[in-house]
Design a protein around this ligand. Sequence first.
Ligand code: SF4
Length: 291
Amino acid sequence: MRAKSPDDTVANAAGAEPAGEGAVAKAKAKGKSKPKPKPKPKPAAKFAAAIGRKPPKPVDAETRREIFRRLAAADPDPRSDLEYTNPFTLLVAVVLSAQATDAGVNKTTRRLFPVADNPAAMLALGEAGVRDYVKTIGLFNAKAKNVVALSRILVEEHAGAVPADRSVLEKLPGVGRKTAAVVMNVAFGEPTLAVDTHIFRVSHRIPLAYGRDTDAIEAALTPLVPEEYRRNAHHWLILHGRYVCKARRPECWRCVVSDLCRYPDKTPEPKPGKTKPAASPTIEPDEDALP
Ligand code: SF4
């Protein structure tokens, strides 16, 4: 079997039969350009398919401001559900929270942080020691390894401190773009917008902005958030998605922005004694783009 050539890849992506080497040579000789890969469906089109109709236009600037004003009024001092005591424990808690619930992470860190709340102590605990504390959460082997590895880097290269620099944080083991953004926002007060699956969903439903993945939503949404709300926008949207605009059944009847939201399948209040309304269609970020 011959190795895959770049020509095969392009041809397959376009849904065509792979061209033989002779055909490719002929096409090149004739000066024909390579077939273009099929474009991915646009995010709004993907959302349209999920809800079965034309997607609404994103809300205008005035409506966006009113949405954030109401979210701010309902929760003036939003806090992360993760428990931490300093920038280092916040960083570790966020690393541990990937594909785990905040409640599950808090259960483990309530025992871990009293023993190791700084990089040197975490390093001294070692991988096996950390694993013992975090073994009840998903991916605990890899997470224990990353926590010890990032603690070593902080001790050896940053004098045991968590650097207030997003690009440096992103290079630490187990720390992606989203984790770094959370630390910059919560620990250092930067107006970063760490887009997770909750913000992605809320953004599409209202809609604030459409995007293929969490990075695209971050890029589109950050400049749209009125400046005075940027510092806490991340918390308001996450908490709104987690507790009100839930994935399977948004609780629209008690949503403070219901009259401003353009989601066509708003959930009515369930009547006492009646079965719950059917689950709503939704979309999630493309899996290959999840942090
Ligand atoms: S009205 Fe419903 S869909 Fe719209 S933001 Fe509120 S909970 Fe989400």
